[in-house]
Design a protein around this ligand. Structure first.
Ligand SMILES: NC(=O)c1ccc[n+]([C@@H]2O[C@H](COP(=O)([O-])OP(=O)(O)OC[C@H]3O[C@@H](n4cnc5c(N)ncnc54)[C@H](OP(=O)(O)O)[C@@H]3O)[C@@H](O)[C@H]2O)c1
Length: 306
């Protein structure tokens, strides 16, 4: 059993990771006061306060850290580039360095959005990124700061979906919330991505920790599809009307930050080094559906501080 410190414990990835792995490992989550009564330990800290990385490591004394905390709101980053740089670029380097000094395993969570999407094909870890907006630029700088401060660190470029504390954080929840009330919603036909169910991502990150992997990895689903097709999948799985998902181009969406059209990433390096296959989107959406049937979103919300 490992002692694992998870930053961003109230976030989409952080909370799902903590809840999924708490029966196998000793989990400590870093939170800013949104959670209470969780089945895992909590440390309250704003990671941007002076000495916070050293302080939380001293309090938790973990074997490994999974750093999920970020400013992950792509459009909000455009209006606060300095704040995004502090959170997404500088803090990861500081945490990675603090872990290196104490010989603690470190996994940093990055994004598929570091690529501009102009490649006609599938991006590997050897392809040169070209981030389009502030969020992606600061995430790429975070990757570089982590690996130069701590060459034994692992950087995972991810894209995932699942249930979240506010019920609105993921693309799967966006489609669920609209379709379950009979509302029409846009599905982009010109953005292709490889989403992984957050529970599968949590399990994969643990396997990577167990294998002591280091360096850069694409940790995404094994299948590419458009955001429109993803919405259709969610509709069919839940028995909603798929015609409510309207095919649209992202270029007509009015979103603030530019988005890459092609986020097809190769997982060959990951599956080779793990010696196992990575789940596809259909099994992930089935697990997402099963969690809804089992009341998982409500259980998750019962940990929200009132
Ligand atoms: N969602 C996706 O599909 C996706 C795709 C690609 C990459 N990623 C990456 O995956 C990681 C996790 O994303 P997510 O979707 O889980 O994000 P999220 O739901 O927005 O969660 C972000 C977490 O970071 C915490 N946080 C922010 N500022 C903090 C601070 N100063 N001190 C302490 N904690 C702070 C937040 O705490 P509060 O709740 O208190 O604000 C929250 O727990 C991020 O690195 C993101 O860039 C996500």
């Amino acid at each position: 059993m490992k002692r694992i410190l998870v930053t961003g414990a109230s976030g989409l990835l952080g909370l799902n990771f903590c809840l999924a792995e708490t029966s196998h490992h000793s989990i400590v989550g870093v939170d800013r006061g949104k959670l209470s009564g969780t089945p895992f330990e909590l440390i309250q800290a704003d990671l941007l306060t002076p000495n916070a990385p050293d302080r939380v490591l001293e309090m938790a004394r973990p074997d490994a850290v999974i750093h999920t905390a970020a400013n992950a709101n792509v459009d909000a980053c455009e209006t606060d580039p300095q704040g995004a740089r502090r959170m997404n670029a500088e803090l990861p380097g500081e945490l990675a360095q603090a872990c290196a000094k104490k010989d603690i395993q470190f996994i940093h969570i990055s994004t598929d959005a570091v690529f501009d999407g102009t490649l006609q094909g599938v991006y590997t870890e050897n392809d040169i990124p070209n981030p389009l907006g502030v969020y992606a630029q600061t995430k790429l700088a975070g990757e570089q700061n982590v690996l130069s401060a701590n060459p034994r660190a692992m950087v995972a470029r991810v894209n995932f979906f699942g249930w979240s504390l506010p019920g609105t954080r993921s693309l799967s929840e966006f489609f669920f919330n609209k379709l379950s009330t009979g509302e029409q919603c846009n599905g982009f036909t010109d953005i292709f991505f490889c989403p992984l169910f957050v529970g599968d991502l949590a399990d994969t990150l643990l396997l990577m920790l167990d294998k002591n992997l280091s360096g850069l990895y694409h940790v995404i689903g094994s299948e590419a599809l458009s955001k429109y097709d993803f919405g259709q999948h969610i509709a069919r799985q839940f028995g909603f009307n798929p015609a409510l998902v309207i095919p649209r181009s992202v270029e007509d969406s009015g979103l603030k930050a530019r988005r890459s059209h092609n986020l097809r990433l190769s997982i060959n390096k990951l599956s080779t080094d793990l010696g196992s296959t990575i789940p596809n989107v259909s099994t992930g959406i089935e697990r997402f559906y099963t969690q809804a049937q089992q009341g998982y979103p409500q259980k998750m919300r019962s940990y929200q501080q009132v």
